[in-house]
Design a protein around this ligand. Structure first.
Ligand code: ZN
Ligand code: ZN
Length: 367
């Protein structure tokens, strides 16, 4: 049995490319056959391991397939060795003998060989309804509270008259093409040879039955184009650029296939007052010089309403106060982000004579 490539190089499974390279260099140096005390067998082993692990694609395949990969490829260390593989037949794979590779990695390989979604074991694949993509703009305030919106769509929905079956009065009969099997055998030629493949019956779309007569309302397709109002629940805390998924709420597929999904791309419009960074909110708060010097109270706007902030004596311009839990609600968990208030000291544009005199006195005091 082939040894583990990571073990051969003496690195961990999550080793970086640099670590692998470093380990390889060291070992190749040690085992080089030209060197005194070199070991050709070990040198080859190290090279084989390095060739797989240094190539990101090969490494991923190796990680995914593990020892199964080793058996199937005869240890050749690459997918190119696959064509010569012996020991299992395609009937095993496409028949229903329960031959299992485990891990599921092989399915990927087979789709590569046979083209996307090669029908396995007569699986009854049907077309899925179309996905619908929507773009929704909301304000920061709406993102703070969460909001539900109704959107009118014109889309393919399941025909109510026939319940999506396409059959008038839902009456069906056995499909004559596949005799109710839902699939037909077809000879497929590939670079690996000719074999029988089961493909979904196109007459009945894999259902094994066809309508006795077509539904008059949908002409037998099972779907009808209709206006539908969709209610979208936008959760509080959602951020700009996030996408909501409504599974099975998209278009209906003809002949009773699975429904598509709705994807809602959210954009949160920028706010004039509040700046959002993650779940924290930033705000600049103007205060007058005297409040900064003597201390005082100031009303600060937050997404949850106005809040009183105590300004301590000797507050400097640019000083930042944190208001805990006054930011955005967390989307995936409880609680809120924080709010950061940056103080900006403002200079009055108009002052009274008395104020002017007082300030002149202050000025003479060097303040
Ligand atoms: Zn119908
Ligand atoms: Zn059929």
């Amino acid at each position: 049995m082939a040894r583990d490539y990571y073990e051969i190089l003496g690195v961990s499974k999550d080793a970086s490319e640099a670590e692998i390279k470093k380990a390889y260099r060291k070992l190749a140096h040690t085992y080089h056959p030209d060197k005194k005390g070199g070991d050709e067998a070990k040198f080859k082993e190290v090279n084989e391991a390095y060739q797989t692990l240094s190539d990101p694609q090969k490494r991923q395949q190796y990680n995914q397939f593990g020892s199964n990969y080793q058996q199937a490829t005869g240890g050749a260390g690459g997918f190119s060795g696959f064509g010569g593989a012996q020991g299992f037949s395609f009937d095993d794979i496409f028949g229903q003998t329960g031959f299992s590779f485990g891990g599921g990695g092989f399915e990927d390989v087979f789709s590569d060989v046979f083209g996307a979604g090669g029908s396995r074991g007569g699986s009854r694949r049907q077309t899925r309804g179309r996905d619908i993509e929507l773009a929704v703009d909301i304000s920061l305030e709406e993102a703070y509270t969460g909001i539900s919106k109704s959107i009118d769509l014109d889309l393919n929905t399941t025909c109510e008259a026939c319940d999506g079956t396409g059959a008038e009065g839902k009456k069906t009969k056995q499909c004559p093409t596949c005799r109710g099997n839902g699939y037909v055998e077809q000879q497929v030629r590939t670079m690996l040879g000719t074999f029988n493949q089961r493909v979904t019956c196109s007459t009945c779309q894999g259902k094994g039955t066809i309508p006795e007569s077509n539904c008059k309302s949908c002409q037998g397709t099972g779907v009808k184009r209709q206006k539908k109002s969709i209610k979208i629940e936008i959760p509080k805390g959602i951020a700009n650029g996030q996408t909501l998924e409504m599974r099975g709420e998209g278009e209906a597929a003809p002949y009773g296939g699975a429904k598509g999904n709705i994807y809602i791309h959210i954009s949160v419009k920028p706010n004039k007052k509040f700046e959002r960074r993650g779940d924290d909110i930033y705000l600049t708060q103007d205060i007058v010089y005297t409040t900064a010097v003597l201390g005082g109270d100031v009303d600060v706007e937050t997404l949850a309403g106005e809040l009183n902030l105590k300004i301590p004596r000797h507050t400097q311009s640019g000083e930042v106060f944190r208001l805990r839990e006054k930011g955005m609600p967390h989307l995936q968990s409880r609680g809120y982000g924080d709010m950061y208030v940056t103080i900006r000291i403002t200079t009055p544009r108009h002052i009274s004579r008395r104020a002017q005199q007082l300030l002149k006195d202050l000025q003479s005091e060097g303040m």
